[in-house]
Design a protein around this ligand. Structure first.
Ligand code: GLN
Length: 192
């Protein structure tokens, strides 16, 4: 049976759980390394990457997350995509480097510079835009050849994927539009 985990060490993980429930997908909040053995894919939520890194020495370790993400799908949102990406030179932030993308943190400014903007999803079969909520969001500054861009904002990629992984610089879990979650669920299904 399909089970999707949501990394629950800090940040906005419960909203993702609600959405998976609405889509009738079984999910579990992952706080311990052993739970990674029971899931087919992992959502890494928004939050604060320095806090993620601190927590990754306790019940769940960075090494175990790395082992998981090397072979199983992950979906990172905001702090989650920072964790999936690479290029940050700061000991307080561990990056899995499973998305070949350089990420710049807090690239639009501080909390009060957060904003909402409509974006177009390339996998979208209707013309309906997706309302993307950017909260102290990062920017993707450079991407490798294996990365596919699924949405942009002013020519900057904001939703990207490779074969296993999907990453958004915004917070899709804060809207009632579940298209991006559905896209990830399909990605997990084809990689089981
Ligand atoms: N600015 C945060 C960080 O760098 C991410 C913010 C978010 O997840 N909304 O960790």
């Amino acid at each position: 049976m399909l089970i999707i985990g949501i990394l629950g060490i800090q940040g906005a993980y419960l909203k993702h759980k609600e959405i998976l429930g609405s889509l009738s997908v079984k999910s579990v909040v992952v706080k311990y390394s052993h739970q990674l053995n029971d899931i087919n894919g992992l959502i890494i939520p928004g939050g604060e990457t320095t806090a993620f890194t601190k927590q990754m020495n306790y019940e769940i370790t960075f090494e175990n997350l790395q082992k998981f993400a090397n072979v199983k799908p992950t979906f990172g949102t905001c702090a989650g995509i920072i964790t999936q990406g690479e290029g940050i030179n700061n000991k307080k932030i561990l990056q899995l480097k499973v998305l070949n993308a350089n990420i710049e943190r807090n690239a639009y400014g501080s909390q009060i510079d957060s904003f909402i903007e409509d974006i177009d999803l390339i996998f979208n079969d209707s013309n309906k835009p997706f309302q993307a909520i950017f909260i102290r969001a990062p920017k993707i500054t450079n991407i490798g050849n294996d990365i596919k861009v699924l949405a942009t904002l002013k020519n900057n990629p904001v939703l990207i994927e490779n074969k296993l992984h999907l990453g958004a610089t915004f917070h899709p879990e804060l809207t009632d539009d579940f298209r991006i979650h559905k896209y990830f669920i399909d990605k997990v299904k084809i990689n089981i």
